[in-house]
Design a protein around this ligand. Structure first.
Ligand code: NAD
Length: 413
């Protein structure tokens, strides 16, 4: 379109836009307008973030019950004290937040000692156990504690609990027990671990798996370092346990890598102490019960195969450090002191009965020849190492066994 003089006609709108642009470009007005937008946006963002994080932390600390809150990842609980102190909201020196912890297999030997420690430090503990090898007697002393709950449940079935941490121990640990129903053992290790990882994912809890030195099988490397992949028979009578735990480790790592779940893996070496099952076929409990009953100590093979023996309080300390620390693992938790079966028999004789006899029997299938943890990683990253020697730990176990075998109250620990 042209005007009467033949010049191209400009619309009123385009004139005002070009005037506006020229006006804005003069004297850096555009810059001031942009700053005008940026400053309020920045203020809003900073204010919004700090308010919402404060709401989350305060709410999580006050209540786990509301439906809204069940969507907030529980790992916030770990950040709580640090954030609060930094922000100066809570006076320094206040105790750590009390956690809600589930211990699967908590009625068993290791689990019941772990429960005692967790309750002692002020946490609330829920034990989930099907009592296959665990006993209510291991937890009788806690039944009246208001922060303690005991649920009879098989981990092969899913369960929903509002917790911050999951210590997953449920699994028979002695060969006698895990070979009793091998299909159930592998189901416990695979389906049970899947269920507990599913729970960790759903409620945002941190998950710790108690794996085993058996993942190294009959090791070709000695002592065993965490980077060693093992020498395991996949079709042997122990495989339900060894391979079950290996799969459990795999699942744990896949949930961690793929779903960002906070996990920890402990590879536990032979552990002994009060509350072990009396006749579970594990060498320390066997020897102690036999010596107390005045029976010969049964040594399988030539007795030269070696094991390391860790006292249960050392293991529990290691598990708690692992759970609270920043490292996924796996970590070997065991006592590197190495004993042959015959040396162990000697310590038992010295502690209980110097005249106890030794009886040799043929070795069992797939029994590893030697087992000794390299614990350098746990020493360095968890600041952990065993404190209790066999000669100090054994008498505590002996007095517990004596009390259970003969009801000798005076001797009980
Ligand atoms: N004690 C050791 O020397 C040793 C060594 C290596 C690894 N571990 C691991 O440590 C954990 C605890 O071992 P422990 O010596 O206390 O054994 P344990 O047999 O005394 O305890 C295991 C507990 O798990 C429970 N349980 C088993 N199957 C279950 C299921 N399907 N559902 C619910 N509960 C179930 C049992 O009733 C028992 O209370 C196990 O995972 C074991 O593999 C122990």
């Amino acid at each position: 379109m042209e005007d009467m003089l033949g010049r191209p006609r400009t619309s009123g709108f385009s004139i005002s836009v070009s005037v506006l642009i020229k006006y804005m470009l003069r004297e850096q007005r555009l810059l001031f307008v942009l700053i005008g937008f940026a400053v309020p946006a920045l203020v809003f963002n900073v204010f919004h973030v700090s308010t919402s994080s404060r709401i989350k932390h305060v709410s999580v600390a006050e209540s786990w019950q509301s439906t809204e809150l069940s969507r907030i990842p529980r790992r916030i609980a770990y950040e709580l004290p640090e954030v609060m102190n930094r922000a100066g909201k809570v006076p320094l020196g206040l105790k750590r937040k009390r956690l809600r912890v589930v211990v699967t297999g908590g009625a068993g030997f290791v689990g019941s000692h772990l429960v005692d420690r967790l309750l002692e430090r002020g946490d609330s503990v829920i034990v989930v156990d099907n009592f296959f090898t665990g006993r209510k007697e291991n937890l009788l002393h806690q039944l009246k504690n208001p922060r303690f709950e005991l649920i009879r449940h098989d981990v092969v079935e899913p369960i929903l609990l509002e917790v911050d941490q999951i210590y997953h121990l449920a699994c028979p640990a002695s060969p006698v027990h895990y070979k009793f129903n091998p299909v159930k053992t592998i189901k416990t290790n695979v389906v049970g671990t899947l269920n507990m990882l599913g729970l960790a994912k759903r409620v945002g809890a941190r998950f710790l798996l108690t794996s085993t030195s058996e993942v190294y099988g009959d090791p070709l490397q000695h002592p065993q370092v965490e980077t060693y992949w093992g020498n395991v028979n996949p079709i042997g009578v122990r495989s339900c346990y060894d391979e079950g735990k290996r799969v459990a480790e795999t699942l744990t790592m896949d949930y961690h890598r793929g779903l960002n779940i906070e996990v920890r893996i402990a590879r536990i070496f032979n552990t002994y102490g009060p509350r072990m099952c009396l006749d579970d076929g594990r060498v320390v409990s066997n020897f102690v019960a036999q010596a107390l009953r005045k029976e010969p100590l049964t040594v399988y093979g030539d007795g030269k195969q070696t094991r390391s023996f860790q006292f249960v309080s050392d293991l529990v300390e290691g598990l708690m450090r692992l759970m609270e620390g920043d490292h996924v693992g796996p970590f070997n938790l065991g006592n590197p002191g190495e004993f042959t079966m015959l040396e162990l028999a000697q310590v038992v004789q010295d502690t209980i009965d110097r005249n106890a006899k030794i009886e040799y029997r043929p070795n069992t299938e797939d029994d590893p020849h030697m087992r000794k943890p390299d614990i350098s990683k746990a020493k360095k990253l968890l600041g952990w190492e065993p404190m209790v020697s066999l000669r100090d730990g054994l008498p505590q176990m002996v007095s517990d066994f004596r009390q259970r075998l003969f009801g000798d109250e005076k001797e009980a620990i």
